[in-house]
Design a binder for this molecule. Structure first.
Ligand SMILES: [Zn+2]
Ligand SMILES: [Zn+2]
Length: 133
């Protein structure tokens, strides 16, 4: 299974705008710790947690993500099980969704959830469209 080639096609849960551009997920972000707002690009590669942004992003800072088209907040009323920061949710074009913690450096930041293997596997299966058990 070539993990490197797996790109998450994401869309806004509110307006259905495509958020993935090439191998990046383009979002607006508000950094709570610094009160800065701007563009942020998350890697759309499954399992890659890299972030590209002009914003200052101190380790541990909490980011609120918004849709660049409709500006809806993508934050869920759900706390990360690891650190208590809010979770962010994006829809997947092929069905389903991904959730990740919005605290920089938290392991829950992993796209795809917080290490729930069953959830990850069913997500992978949906994306590859190959049932596997
Ligand atoms: Zn939107
Ligand atoms: Zn967290």
């Amino acid at each position: 299974m070539s993990k490197q080639m797996l790109i998450l096609d994401t869309s806004c849960p509110q307006c259905a705008a495509l958020l993935t551009e090439g191998s990046q997920i383009l979002l607006n972000a508000f950094v709570h710790d610094t009160h800065q707002e701007g563009e942020m690009r998350l890697s759309a590669l499954f399992g890659d947690y890299s972030v590209a942004t002009e914003l200052e992003l101190p380790p541990g800072s909490v980011v609120e993500f918004r849709c660049p088209r409709c500006e809806a907040s993508l934050t869920l009323p759900l706390a990360c099980k690891l650190c208590g920061a809010p979770m962010t949710s994006l829809n997947l074009v092929k069905g389903g969704y991904v959730e990740f913690c919005c605290r920089r450096g938290c392991q829950g930041h992993a796209l795809g959830g917080i290490g729930d293997i069953d959830h990850m596997m069913s997500l992978m299966n949906r994306m590859f469209e190959t049932p596997y058990d």
